[in-house]
Design a protein around this ligand. Structure first.
Ligand SMILES: *[C@@H]1O[C@H](CO)[C@@H](O)[C@H](O)[C@H]1NC(C)=O
Ligand SMILES: *[C@@H]1O[C@H](CO)[C@@H](O)[C@H](O)[C@H]1NC(C)=O
Ligand SMILES: *[C@@H]1O[C@H](CO)[C@@H](O)[C@H](O)[C@H]1NC(C)=O
Ligand SMILES: *[C@@H]1O[C@H](CO)[C@@H](O)[C@H](O)[C@H]1NC(C)=O
Length: 515
């Protein structure tokens, strides 16, 4: 057995690095290779100590995005209007200089004008706001942007106050009953509670203020013992929590009745992501490893015989994330087929499209957690027959974990962009209207799993498996922060060098105190 081990070591460039971490005896390792528990991959990446080093480069996309469907869609017009590219039909584009002149005469900026101006100041400079010794899985702003919540594999949830653009940790919650890692978190709409999920039969609910040991367990009573909720979200009234599970079911927990409200069989495989279409909480979206995104209507849904009102088909591999635009009509999905697709729920796929997606997914014989992307997935031409998506965005890579993508906020950008994490350690920002990458934020050393754009400020926070939480803002050549606030006050913040040294000093002091 051990000679087999040495043969494998000498012939294969790299043995999967986690083997080393667990210091397996060579005998047990050989056994595991035989029974298929250990995956050996050939890789040409350097011999760094990263367990999952970032893929060095995102894919190079040579073909132009095809916007023919998008251009005919209403989202194109709606986005142009919202972000000031088309203020009103009579007027042509005005230059920013003349917009400022006009404002000086007292009429102020419209939202569209603000969005047009801020589109020239997209975040491009990094500042690390936290660093953990384990992979960070989730990082998101609360709805009002006053808090930031992170979750990492060290089983801690950390809450930060983000007033004045600084990240001040005010609460560290030790998560209960965590199998492998905390997988998803959500703020209640009133901002008073957070909920998290893991490989566990329960969700846990904790107050944002007050005793962090006061955690309420919300049992979902699944049938399988090996159970996890990959994705969860509050209804807009905060009463219900919707979750997507590894058993293919959707779960809804009712906080007032303190029990599961329903459980419906949604997918053939893991449900990786769930969402509410809009703030009425009646229309649900779900998607997962079967590659299909399903739309459900609560008003006609039967627990015993559940049927979606429609299916969105066209991805060729599992879907990792859904982000609804919030208008009840458009949504984007991120997929292991290395694309983001934009959908209109008024254009459902037919049986044929659904079958083609199922076939394409069944034909995928690679594991996105450890392997490279097969080349065929990058070929832009191979759109599935029956694909009803209105646009496909390519240029990021979805590997290793359930990478998330979002629409940019409406208040500052008119939802003009889609931004996503990337396995190459980048944040990629696409223009919804052209499909082109408008900004690439380079700085992480590991896969970026989560991204969150401040609802009212021009700032993106990225959360990565390298353990770092990075805040991105615009910085011109001067090196000053341009921190635009809602009320247009032209406050200039002091140079960053000062703030950073202060923060590092404070961190050192904290570390010293902790040790
Ligand atoms: C773009 O997509 C449309 C509709 O899907 C198709 O008819 C057209 O041929 C495509 N254009 C290019 C250049 O591939
Ligand atoms: C208005 O601005 C957009 C985006 O910068 C540009 O593509 C378009 O050509 C402009 N239109 C006019 C009439 O100047
Ligand atoms: C729901 O969204 C609509 C349109 O986006 C908005 O007019 C309405 O005020 C929202 N309602 C609630 C309860 O947030
Ligand atoms: C950010 O972008 C601006 C203009 O696009 C550029 O002048 C500036 O140098 C960039 N800042 C960084 C840190 O790359």
């Amino acid at each position: 057995m051990c000679s087999l081990y040495s043969v494998i070591r000498s012939t294969i460039t790299l043995l999967f690095l986690y083997i080393r971490r667990f210091y397996l005896s060579s005998r047990r390792l050989c056994l595991m290779i035989f029974i298929g528990q250990v995956h050996i991959i050939a890789s040409d990446h350097d011999d760094s100590d990263e367990e999952y080093a970032a893929n060095a480069q995102p894919p190079k996309i040579t073909s132009l995005p095809n916007t023919s469907r998008l251009d005919k869609s209403e989202i194109s017009l709606a986005t142009k209007q919202a972000c000031g590219l088309r203020e009103d039909s009579g007027k042509k584009n005005v230059s920013i200089a003349s917009m400022i002149q006009k404002r000086a005469l007292g009429s102020g900026f419209s939202i569209g004008e603000k969005c047009r101006i801020s589109s020239n100041f997209l975040p491009n400079k990094s500042r690390q706001v936290a660093k953990y010794n384990s992979k960070a899985f989730c990082g998101s702003y609360s709805k009002d942007g006053r808090f930031f919540l992170t979750a990492s594999q060290d089983k801690f949830l950390r809450l930060y106050h983000t007033d004045d653009g600084e990240f001040v940790e005010f609460k560290k919650i030790s998560a209960r009953d965590v199998g492998w890692s905390i997988l998803d978190t959500a703020f209640s709409p009133d901002g008073n509670y957070i909920v998290y999920s893991s490989w566990s039969e329960c969700l846990y609910l904790c107050p944002v203020y007050g005793d962090s040991n006061a955690q309420e367990s919300l049992s979902l009573c699944p049938e399988d013992r090996r159970f996890c909720i990959f994705s969860l979200v509050f209804s807009s009234d905060g009463r219900e929590i919707l979750g997507g599970a590894n058993d293919g079911f959707l779960y809804v927990y009712d906080r007032e009745c303190h029990q599961r409200a329903f459980r419906i069989e949604g997918h053939d495989d893991d449900v990786n992501t769930v969402a509410f279409a809009d703030n009425t909480s009646q229309i649900l979206y779900s998607a997962g490893d079967d590659g299909l995104c399903k739309v459900w209507d609560r008003r006609t849904l039967s627990e015993t015989d559940p049927h979606p009102v429609g299916v969105l088909a066209g991805h060729m591999d599992g879907i990792t994330y859904i982000d609804p635009r919030g208008d009840g009509r458009y949504l984007v999905t991120n997929s292991k087929d290395q694309t983001i697709k934009l959908w209109d729920v008024r254009a459902f796929s037919d049986q044929n499209g659904e079958q083609n997606t199922r076939k394409a997914v069944a034909n995928q014989n690679w594991d996105y957690r450890w392997q490279r992307v097969p080349r065929r997935l990058y070929k832009a031409k191979n759109m599935l027959e029956g694909d009803t998506s209105i646009m496909t965005y390519r240029g990021h890579s979805v590997l290793q974990t359930l990478i998330r993508c979002h629409f940019s906020p409406s208040a500052t950008t008119g939802q003009r962009y889609i931004y996503t994490g990337c396995a190459s350690g980048r944040v990629i920002i696409y223009d919804v209207l052209t499909g082109q990458i408008v900004n690439t934020l380079v700085g992480h050393k590991g896969c970026v799993r989560d991204v969150s754009w401040h609802p009212f400020h021009q700032e993106i926070v990225s959360t990565s498996w390298d353990g770092a939480i990075i805040s991105w803002r615009y910085s011109g050549k001067t090196g000053l922060y341009h921190y635009e606030s809602e009320d247009e006050s032209d406050t200039e913040t002091p140079p960053r060098t000062l703030r950073r040294s202060q923060r590092i000093a404070a961190q050192r002091a904290k570390h010293a105190a902790a040790c």
